[in-house]
Write a protein that binds this ligand. Structure first.
Ligand SMILES: N[C@@H](CCC(=O)N[C@@H](CS)C(=O)NCC(=O)O)C(=O)O
Length: 384
């Protein structure tokens, strides 16, 4: 048996893992989340309906895109590491894992769910093909799409997509595309000649929604051809870097950060840092109200719940109200772990980079208790 990846082609987080497996030459089988096997055998073991889930040939189940990559990295043998060894590259890579998977959800959801005339026929077929029970009749398929699309539209609202924010979401996404496209004129991946964890963060929204759904796919192809090619490359089993002169599978030398990448980091500071600030402040208040909460629990009533509350903040000068997900703190901690393990000149290099890009508070914003993952859930570690 090979590895099995349970998910759907249009799922953002499944796309992250699929790309990692393909690029690393790991043999696997795509399995539909609509299969009876997933519903009846996998979901009860995970404890909630969520994708992606990876099943190893030995029958071990791993849920969560980041955890699946960590699992393979711990057993990578002579494969190139997904996390760069040099400090600035390692930090940048983790920042883009967070920003890709979480910070680009607004454009991903907007461009999927607010262009029904163009997207809907595709989404209806795509969702029902992989979410409805295999072989289901048309009526059942329709019902499955109606249910899942209404859940996703609610999720979109809770990420801060509204009539008021849509114009800014579109402007910001086009700016991001332009910046990333310019950066890719220099190298085939975020940090040079091979992908790292930051590329796998970014591929999540940029593949499943923004490159694959009909409406945003046209935007990417016409406006940011290099980004489109990067999406293809991220899903190729060979290096697929033919348009680059002398591309070698190495990262930028000497922990270098080109100007085009500094510009992308400044974009993250403007676009996403205010949300991180709001999340951490909210989570600390929430924790303070629960001084007796035991360790290793989510603090929520049901295992499938992922949001601890709603927070208001200003995004690009506009009031937004977003759900607070401890998962995002889990990815933020991964950024901070890179900073925590440095000292001396390496620490100075990181501080210089963070200051230069307006991201210094990324390593300072911390919650009183850490989020860890246990039994496929995000739970709170004991207070330190
Ligand atoms: N951080 C998680 C996020 C997974 C996630 O949100 N997956 C979505 C699909 S892309 C999902 O399963 N949503 C649950 C639902 O639709 O009920 C991971 O990578 O596993």
């Amino acid at each position: 048996m090979t590895y099995r990846l349970y998910g759907t082609p249009g799922s953002l987080y499944t796309g992250k893992v699929r790309s990692y497996l393909i690029r690393n030459g790991i043999r696997f089988e795509n399995r539909a989340a609509g299969s009876a096997d997933f519903r009846e055998r996998i979901v009860p073991q995970i404890g909630r309906w969520i994708i992606p889930v990876l099943e190893t040939p030995e029958g071990e189940l791993i849920q969560d895109g980041s955890d699946i990559i960590d699992w393979f990295e711990a057993r990578r043998g002579d494969r190139q590491p997904a996390s760069p060894e040099m400090p600035r590259h390692a930090l940048i890579s983790q920042i883009f894992e967070l920003f890709g998977g979480e910070g680009l959800l607004r454009p991903a959801m907007h461009y999927r769910w607010n262009f029904d005339e163009i997207n809907r026929p595709f989404l209806e077929r795509d969702f029902s093909a992989f979410l409805a029970p295999t072989g289901a009749d048309d009526e059942t398929r329709k019902g499955v799409f109606a249910m899942s699309s209404s859940r996703m539209r609610k999720a979109m609202a809770s990420f801060g997509v509204s009539a008021e924010t849509i114009p800014a979401i579109e402007t910001a996404y086009l700016e991001f595309l332009d910046l990333f496209d310019r950066h890719l004129s220099r190298s085939p991946f975020l940090l040079g000649g091979r992908p790292t964890i930051g590329d796998w963060g970014l591929i999540a929204p940029l593949y499943a929604h923004l490159a694959r759904d009909p409406y945003p796919s046209a935007i990417m192809k016409t406006r940011a051809h290099r980004v489109w090619r990067w999406v293809e490359r991220m899903n190729a089993s060979d290096p697929d870097v033919g348009e680059y002169v002398e591309a070698r599978p190495e990262l930028f030398p000497d922990d270098e950060v080109p100007d085009t990448l500094l510009s992308l980091l400044r974009f993250v500071a403007t676009d996403y840092l205010p949300e991180v600030e709001a999340f951490v402040t909210f989570a600390n208040r929430w924790l303070a109200e629960r001084p007796d909460m035991p360790a290793w629990v989510s603090g929520l009533d049901r295992p499938q719940d992922r949001v601890i509350g709603q927070v208001n903040y200003l995004w690009r000068g506009l009031p937004v109200r977003v759900g607070v997900l401890p998962y995002r703190l889990y990815l933020l901690q991964k950024v901070q772990e890179v900073w925590d393990r440095t000292s001396g000149p390496d620490r100075e290099a990181l501080d210089g980079l963070l200051q230069d890009t307006g991201l210094s508070s990324f390593v300072r914003l911390r919650t009183a208790r850490k989020v860890v993952r246990r039994n496929h859930l995000e739970v709170w570690a004991p207070a330190t």
